[in-house]
Design a binder for this molecule. Sequence first.
Ligand SMILES: *Cc1c(COP(=O)(O)O)cnc(C)c1O
Length: 497
Amino acid sequence: MELFYKSTRNENVMLTASEAILKGLSDEGGLFVPDRIPILPVGMEELKEMDYRETAYVVMKQFLTDFTEEELKSCIKNAYDEKFDTEEIAPLAKVDEVYYLELFHGATIAFKDMALSILPHLLTTAARKNNVKNEIVILTATSGDTGKAALAGFADVEGTKIIVFYPKDGVSEVQKLQMVTQKGDNTAVVAIHGNFDQAQSGVKAMFEDKEMKEKMEKAGYQFSSANSINVGRLVPQIVYYVYAYAKLLKNGEIQEGEKINVVVPTGNFGNILAAWFAGQMGIPIAKLICASNENKVLFDFFDTGVYDRNRTFILTESPSMDILISSNLERLIYLVSGRNTGKNRELMEELKEKGRYAISDKMKAELSGFAAGYASEEEMRHAIHDTYRNTGYVLDPHTAVASAVYKKYRKESGDETKTVIASTASPYKFAKSVLHAIDPDKYAGKSGLSLMDDLKEVSMTEIPKAAEEIRNAPIRHTAECDVCDMKKTVEEILGLR
Ligand SMILES: *Cc1c(COP(=O)(O)O)cnc(C)c1O
């Protein structure tokens, strides 16, 4: 049965999957949401035996109904290949009675690779299907990991250009080096003098800018988004939750039908929303636990029903979660309002104008499947330290936030349900923070890429190729701009001025 995509802000918009992927964001600023959430078409007995690529096809085909079998299988094959350093693509590590779902085995050693290695293929396939002749310009704001993963995915992909904005002082040394050394003639990387939310708002404003759209059209360009608001990001992320459940079952860790908890270190609310979709598709999930760092706007939202971004933006050691406007939450708001575009629009306008909104009690009641928590920087460091001391397993700061939140949740609730924690980055991406947490005395004041060698010794794991590469790569991108000049910068890069 064909599935269509609706906008969260306009009743009358209805697109095919390939159209929604191409567009990224609806004209009036809404996000695309499937008009129904399909249930898994095959049973666990079958899913249990499938590898990652087979699982990906079964899950994604339900959402991308206008892609042919051949098209989708080709996208999947091109995405989930030797770029990943493990055959399983998303392995589970059992540590201390919880299961870490390692989503960092791709080209840039963070979970963004799970979706961004396939998005360029979905997008170019979608362009072909819709007879798009324009060159597609991917415009992306990044809090650190998306940027590199998108750059790696799109570099030298024919018919595309990619421009990435990142907050100059808001990403780790490794994240920055990964981006500024990016190869590919179609890539541009710009540091902005501002934070991630400002970068994201600037990008969103360009997507909604009609005058710019016309100018682009004349020059043979059109925008698309690789940000987590694109459904082409959301759909591939559902796959690994289905895969993880099936593997737990196969390995005899759970019984058929047994519910599990899932903890997700959250920023833009994309990854956890994908987990929620997996639950709606039929994966038995008891609680979905939303873990925040000190920017705990989501914790407060689940606690009170009030989303309030009017607060100080805190730079933490889990920069990919330093976010005060979680864009993907809009999809959940829309769905729990009963797909009420008017209501959703009203709330999103309040967010834009006053920086806050409150949902109704009825909507809040729909969120009972979620639990939420947050971890301070100290709690995050303790999680890294203690997990290493007790088990030898090394967590990155984002995963450590989730781990700390889970520990508190379990203690407070007494809930002993088997639990999967989404592990979103390799510790090598944040070697300095990790080593400082493991042994503050030894590593105090030390920084630099040589810490990767120390981490190798400490963790007894190999340095991933992606981390090794940036050590010697030349810097190719040095552009910077003020927040107010983002549009001008894009026009210059595209030769529109
Ligand atoms: C992006 C990112 C997150 C947050 O994911 P969202 O989908 O934005 O909620 C968490 N950890 C890491 C390492 C990330 O790169």
